[in-house]
Design a binder for this molecule. Structure first.
Ligand SMILES: [Fe+2]
Length: 401
């Protein structure tokens, strides 16, 4: 019972950890995104000559495929067709590019294909068109022009400006975070499902506990109703026995078991006639012997109650004495089951501190002295000090009507 809410508290703690982890993943992903976005915006430059083309990431090769004499343009006499190939030798895709190709002298463009061409001084500036703009890794695109020039033209140098198409998904960090996220999500969902199942189970368990408690209390009331002078006796004995068990180091479940057993310790009284049980005066020997049979009757009634171990022992042996002079089996010392030794002390203390038809309730001080006096004869000398401690700290007696 004490651990109620432990799981729920833990679940809230776990949820905080999951939330922090998810936030952490989101921040890492944001970092990766910003990094790659910046990389995408960066412009790279390669310079080269058409001969050394293969060495760089992005390169241009070109050849003069045709040439002829031309007289139609003023001062110019040579017609030439140039075919260029731009190659992406790198691992990443090229997003945008622009080429500057230097020639030796003045020229004009007669016609061109696969790009936008401009002349700046002796330099041909090429911007790709839609078809040639993107270059996947290993891909080649062609472009070219027909130029009219004063003389022979040779490409002296080219410069390529380009941007790489960096994607967040290219990053191993991205995939690591995704994997970690999936694992965390799986654990989180499993945790949630377990929590829901646990809550259901817990509710069901609490309902059963309530039914158990009410059933046992009803039984205890039936037992106590047999003897109007011992009202509340079974409940008080159960509580004292439980408190003793707690002080003796029993765990929560065991304490609860001791409580149930304490409640039914006098169940055998059901089998004793009311004439004797409710007799106002002193009992004669036969009547006293009859009353004593309640322990055997209790043992028989509870012998099949296997779900609660030792419950029959509690009823059968709670009037045994440490010195062997008790009833009905005359066990002594540790032969008497511990549960019965606990109930014996709880039972005797309550019997003394409750009123009887033939006497008033005895004082707690008196009962305490009796326990000490009979320690090692009637009572287990190891358990008596525990009871004294409970009395001294005010935990017992309690008032249960
Ligand atoms: Fe009894």
């Amino acid at each position: 019972m004490k651990d109620k809410g432990w799981f729920s508290k833990n679940i809230y703690k776990n949820r905080r950890i999951y939330t922090m982890l998810f936030l952490f993943y989101a921040m890492v992903l944001l970092g990766v995104f910003i990094y790659y976005h910046n990389m995408r915006d960066r412009t790279y430059v390669v310079k080269g000559e058409p001969d050394s083309a293969e060495d760089s990431e992005l390169s241009i090769t070109g050849e003069r495929s045709k040439e002829w004499s031309e007289h139609s343009v003023a001062g110019m006499s040579k017609g030439m067709e140039y075919d260029f190939v731009i190659t992406n030798n790198g691992n990443g895709d090229v997003l945008e590019w622009q080429a500057e190709i230097d020639f030796g002298s003045d020229f004009v463009i007669d016609s061109s294909w696969n790009g936008d061409f401009e002349i700046s001084d002796h330099t041909l500036v090429v911007d790709p068109d839609k078809q040639t703009a993107e270059l996947a890794s290993g891909e080649q695109k062609t472009f070219g022009l027909v130029m009219i020039s004063v003389g022979e033209q040779e490409v002296t140098e080219y410069r390529l400006y380009y941007k790489e198409n960096f994607q967040m998904t290219d990053s191993p960090v991205f995939w690591l975070v995704i994997a970690a996220f999936i694992i965390t999500m799986t654990v989180f969902i499993t945790d949630e499902i377990n929590y829901r199942r646990y809550s259901k189970l817990r509710k069901w368990q609490e309902e059963i506990q309530a039914v158990l408690l009410e059933s046992f209390t009803t039984f205890a009331n039936i037992i106590d109703a047999k003897d109007p002078y011992t009202q509340g006796h079974s409940l008080r004995v159960a509580l004292y026995a439980k408190l003793l068990a707690e002080k003796m180091g029993y765990d929560d479940t065991e304490q609860e078991r001791v409580y149930w057993i304490g409640m039914l310790h006098d169940i055998g009284k059901i089998g004793i006639t009311d004439v004797i049980l409710q007799k106002p005066g002193q009992l004669d020997n036969i009547e006293y012997s009859t009353i004593q049979t309640h322990v055997d009757i209790g043992g028989i009634i509870l012998k099949d109650f296997k779900a609660l171990p030792d419950i029959a022992d509690g009823a059968q042996y709670h009037h045994e004495r440490w010195d062997g002079k008790g009833y009905s089996k005359h066990l002594s010392g540790k032969e008497i089951p511990e549960i019965a030794r606990i109930i014996c002390i709880a039972d005797s203390f309550d019997a003394m501190t409750s009123p009887r038809v033939y006497r008033k309730a005895l004082s707690v001080e008196f009962a305490k002295n009796e326990l000490v006096k009979c320690s090692g004869t009637q009572f287990d000398p190891d358990i008596v000090p525990v009871m004294i401690k409970l009395i001294d700290e005010g935990s017992v007696p309690v008032d249960i009507p």
